[in-house]
Design a protein around this ligand. Structure first.
Ligand code: AMP
Length: 192
């Protein structure tokens, strides 16, 4: 059982690429953002709690997110691998994932860091607001999400750099171009 992590700033295309990657290789795609949005729609207590954090562009408390991941990993027997999208986002989450993975005999194979220039990303997110109407893609919230990303999430990369699991992908260009870069990287991992 292998775990791949799609990592990067808001709007880098993590969701799009993580989904394609999971589909292509038969892995389970796990997006904490999507799971949280489903909890909100279902009107659960967890959704109620998460909603305000998300609407303001803040992180949902670690305990809640880790509980969601724990639940998802219970399905492990059915899948040859997992693709995490938007998780982990804090040191605490990264440490918990290491623990859970070790307990379950799972290995974190690679962290795919999607790298792109911030001004282009902000434009992309504002466009998404028009198309999808996501409640956290407004200008003030986007700014806060970038601040939080730099303060709490970006430093998590060092965790994986130290473990030699980090690979940077140029996330600019078309969806197909980025997909091809990721595929080339995956081929290398297989050959490792
Ligand atoms: P995303 O769909 O990945 O952009 O996530 C949307 C929002 O969901 C984030 O801005 C956070 O408020 C929340 N969220 C998603 N994943 C996490 C996580 N791993 N830790 C904390 N909050 C999260």
């Amino acid at each position: 059982m292998e775990i791949f992590i799609f990592f990067g700033p808001p709007g880098a295309g993590k969701g799009t690429q993580a989904k394609k990657f999971a589909l292509k290789y038969g892995f389970k795609h796990i997006s904490t953002g999507e799971l949280l949005r489903q909890e909100i729609i279902a009107g659960t207590d967890l959704g109620q709690t998460a909603k305000q954090f998300m609407a303001d562009g803040n992180l949902v408390p670690d305990e809640l997110v880790i509980a969601i991941i724990d639940e998802q990993l219970k399905e492990q027997a059915k899948w040859p691998g997992f693709v995490f999208d938007g998780f982990p986002r804090t040191h605490k989450q990264a440490d918990s994932l290491d623990e859970i993975a070790t307990q379950n005999g799972q290995t974190i194979k690679k962290v795919i860091y999607m790298e792109a220039d911030e001004s282009g990303l902000i434009e992309r997110l504002l466009k998404r607001e028009k198309i999808e109407g996501r409640l956290d893609d407004t200008e003030a919230t986007i700014k806060n999400r970038f601040n939080i990303y730099h303060q709490q999430t970006e430093p998590v990369l060092d965790h994986y750099r130290r473990q030699g699991k980090f690979v940077a992908i140029d996330a600019t260009g078309s969806v197909e171009e980025v997909e091809a870069r990721i595929e080339a990287e995956y081929e290398k991992v297989i050959k490792d």
